[in-house]
Design a protein around this ligand. Structure first.
Ligand code: GAR
Length: 193
């Protein structure tokens, strides 16, 4: 992995597929930050609501459709290079990045996942957590590796599940803590590089 040097400003690309509430929070919290700039948004989905936040904030964005994974990833890699991106932050990006992509990018990729990893990797986490009558859930920020939701854990926040919670209410509460955990973790992570 390439070491990011000195106190230079880091350009961040955020990858989204849907609502983009995490993107919204990152944009808000890094506005006017002297060291970290959200400078590119990538989506695989033209209809991703979150693109509105890129437009509103005049952040360069690009929708890259995945007809062919390798082609899509090559297009994204070019965009990352062109925009001098130092870190990727996945925020509800529903495509799995290949080993090829991760190796070629060769810089940190972070992901936020709505469970207490290593428990509940993959999709429908809140539904499975409720079904299994867990007492706690939460969210995790981890480094992205070729193995899904399995890279080194950087930060985690736990909440107690309420008796009346269903997967919707739990999801909403966890999303709220994601919004405060993600930007703080990125800030710390960048200053440790
Ligand atoms: C978030 O809960 C995020 O943790 C999850 O998708 C949601 C996106 O919300 N990510 C994953 O499940 C990735 N495996 P947002 O679009 O409102 O930020």
């Amino acid at each position: 992995m390439v070491k990011l040097v000195g106190k230079k400003k880091i350009f961040v690309a955020v990858f989204i597929s849907g609502n983009g509430s995490n993107l919204k929070s990152l944009i808000k919290n890094f506005k006017n930050n002297p060291k970290i700039k959200i400078s590119l948004v990538i989506s695989n989905n033209f209809k991703a609501y979150g693109l509105i936040y890129a437009k509103k904030n005049k952040i360069n964005y690009k929708v890259v459709k995945y007809k062919n994974k390798r082609n899509a990833e090559n297009i994204i890699l070019k965009l990352l290079k062109k925009n001098n991106i130092g870190i990727i932050c996945l925020a509800g990006y529903m495509k799995i990045l290949s080993k090829y992509f991760i190796v070629k990018f060769n810089k940190p990729i972070l992901n936020i996942h709505p469970s207490l990893l290593p428990k509940y990797k993959g999709l429908n986490t809140h539904y499975r957590v409720i079904k299994n009558k867990e007492i706690f859930s939460g969210c995790t920020i981890h480094l992205v590796t070729p193995s899904l939701d399995s890279g080194k854990i950087i930060a985690q926040k736990k909440i107690r599940i309420k008796k009346k919670d269903n997967h919707h209410t739990l999801g909403k509460r966890i999303l709220k803590i994601e919004h405060s955990l993600y930007w703080k973790t990125i800030k710390k992570f960048v200053s440790s590089l």
